[in-house]
Design a protein around this ligand. Structure first.
Ligand SMILES: Nc1ncnc2c1ncn2[C@@H]1O[C@H](COP(=O)(O)OP(=O)(O)OP(=O)(O)O)[C@@H](O)[C@H]1O
Ligand SMILES: [Mg+2]
Length: 380
């Protein structure tokens, strides 16, 4: 709310709503838990600051939010019950999500990778529905991602969405959206946004959800914008060396500076992220020769499977790492062959076995008997 605005009081009536409690405040107004007295249900009521109703561009944008969302039927897009103006304030009546937004979940601690991929996979579904309808969200960020206690996820705040190519509703050079997640093409003289701008924002959220920090945590907005424009995507593995290189590549591709270098859809980004985690760890390179003197043989470095602190337990079915293949220990030296010293020593030990000694003894006895018989014959 702007300073001096008399905010609607909690407990008071606001049109046919009774305001119960403030859920949170954003740049444009506040979201409150409220009771719709006509229908007797609790809803989330976004009540805009007084000054935005006087802003013709914003009124148009707000109107568009409700219309856009009304056209979308994806279960992961927050259902809008109604919208309008009460006491000079614009409001939006939506399903109340009894849960937490992703920013709050991240503040509680590192999330399991499988949980991050599950949450953002659902957001990708919502975005793909919007994009198929020709709409761009333009404000994909953690506080606009709501997760209910069963893990069902909603994308909210299509308030600054616009159809591709029509330009920002503000029309006054204002940067709409949150700079931390905004694609490079959103800045500059002729900013534009299309589905791939949302893909970029989703990749920024993915990076943050996996590492706990924003990709470009500049000291101020100007530094953040400059980084989006010029600094290469930060390597994911610098903060999470336990994650596969393939996932690093997926995030970097999602945050490519040129829209054409990004995945074409949000779904493609998240499917690639899931595939990168599902792929087995690359096998160690084969050892082609004996190790150099004094150099121990190379060993495969296993991916860390140590559990990270998690806000919620991960489901066993969705573990971040597939189990490592069990490798049987290999003999240190080459297998013995017939020509090897080991083989000849085996042959020589076979020649002196108890069986052959017995045959030698029998042969000697036969010779002695033969000689005795011969002498007896000569003498007799
Ligand atoms: N339908 C909803 N059910 C429950 N909570 C909601 C709902 N919609 C929004 N919220 C929560 O209300 C709070 C305020 O939202 P709001 O959109 O006004 O601000 P924001 O997204 O935090 O910031 P910004 O104004 O910069 O976009 C946020 O915590 C948001 O997660
Ligand atoms: Mg919001």
């Amino acid at each position: 709310m702007s300073p001096g605005d008399a905010e609607p009081r909690m407990g008071a009536r606001f049109g046919h709503y009774t305001l119960r409690e403030v859920i949170g405040r954003g740049g444009m107004g506040q979201v409150a838990r409220a009771t719709d007295t006509r229908l007797g249900r609790d809803v989330a009521l976004k009540v805009m600051n007084l000054d935005v109703a006087t802003h013709a561009d914003y009124r148009a944008r707000f109107q568009r939010e409700a219309e856009i969302v009304a056209r979308l039927t994806d279960p992961h897009v927050i259902p809008i019950h109604g919208y309008g103006e009460i006491d000079g304030r614009l409001y939006l009546d939506m399903r109340l999500v009894e849960g937490r937004n992703l920013a709050q979940l991240l503040a509680m601690g590192q999330l399991e990778v499988s949980r991050v991929l599950d949450i953002l996979g659902q957001i990708a579904d919502a975005l793909e529905s919007a994009h198929r309808a020709g709409l761009v969200h333009r404000d994909v960020k953690p506080s606009n991602i709501l997760v209910d206690p069963r893990g069902f996820t909603y994308l909210v705040d299509f308030g600054i969405a616009a159809t591709p190519g029509e330009g920002d509703v503000t029309g006054e050079g204002e940067v709409v959206g949150s700079a931390a997640y905004m694609a490079p093409e959103r800045f500059g003289q002729s900013p534009r946004a299309d589905a791939r701008s949302d893909v970029y924002s989703l990749a920024c959220v993915l990076y943050q959800a996996l590492t706990g920090s924003k990709p470009f945590p500049g000291p101020d907005t100007a530094a953040v914008i400059a980084a989006h424009l010029r600094t290469p995507p930060p390597p994911l593995r610098r903060r999470r060396p336990d994650l596969p290189v393939a996932l690093d590549r997926v995030v970097a591709r999602g945050m490519a500076k040129r829209p054409a270098d990004r995945p074409a859809t949000a779904g493609e980004l998240m499917r690639a992220a899931k595939a990168a985690m599902a792929a087995p760890a690359p096998a160690p390179a084969p050892v082609t020769g004996p190790p150099a003197p004094g150099v121990p043989p190379a060993r495969p470095v296993p991916r860390s499977a140590a559990p990270r602190p998690s806000a919620r337990p991960a489901t066993p079915a969705a573990r971040p790492h597939p189990p490592q293949a069990v490798r049987m220990p290999q003999p240190a030296g080459p297998a013995p062959t017939a020509a090897s010293p080991a083989a000849s020593s085996a042959a020589s030990s076979a020649a002196h076995s108890p069986t052959s000694t017995r045959w030698l003894l029998l042969g000697a006895i036969a010779v002695v008997v033969f000689i005795v018989l011969l002498i007896a014959l000569v003498l007799g």
